[in-house]
Design a protein around this ligand. Structure first.
Ligand SMILES: [Zn+2]
Length: 158
């Protein structure tokens, strides 16, 4: 890790002026995963225990940790927040939720319940199983809100 004062390089990135170091701060986006968890006859949302948006509701989600595989990370987050074991059934896609502003990309997964009793895990205040779109409160992240409402009618509820 570089200890020098960084200066803008030719490509306009902050970089170490020491040629032997070569560090460039690319400021790549931070990967996040989130899951639409199908738990018949509904989907699972969680009330946030940690900031930002403490006390508000969202899909189970979190940062991809060092050296981890994104689909495994969404399963870990579902366990930590909703207390249940789930599995990924579909990689929905990856978006930048705040183009030009934030520096995250989110990969959304469709997941399905496997086993365990639904309860607020270590990383949530509460958890809720919503059986209709009307039951879902306004989610604190607009990207979660949009993808859940887009996907509600696409989910195979059989
Ligand atoms: Zn350096």
């Amino acid at each position: 890790m570089c200890c020098s004062k960084l200066l803008k390089n030719k490509e306009n990135y902050l970089a170490c002026p020491d040629q032997s170091c070569g560090f460039v701060h690319f400021n790549n986006p931070i990967p996040v995963v989130a899951g639409i968890v199908l738990m018949h006859p509904g989907i699972v949302i969680v009330q946030r225990k940690f900031g930002p948006h403490v006390g508000e509701w969202c899909l189970p989600c979190g940062y991809v940790e060092h050296k981890r595989h994104p689909p495994d990370e969404v399963i870990r987050e579902i366990k930590e927040e909703a207390g249940i074991d789930a599995r990924v059934t579909l990689d929905i896609g990856t978006i930048n939720p705040n183009p030009g502003k934030g520096n995250q990309i989110i990969t959304f997964y469709l997941c399905e319940y496997v086993q365990g009793g639904l309860h607020a895990g270590s990383d949530a205040l509460a958890v809720m199983q919503c059986t209709t779109p009307d039951m879902v409160p306004k989610l604190c992240f607009s990207s979660h809100d949009k993808i859940l409402r887009d996907w509600w009618n696409v989910i195979d509820w059989a």
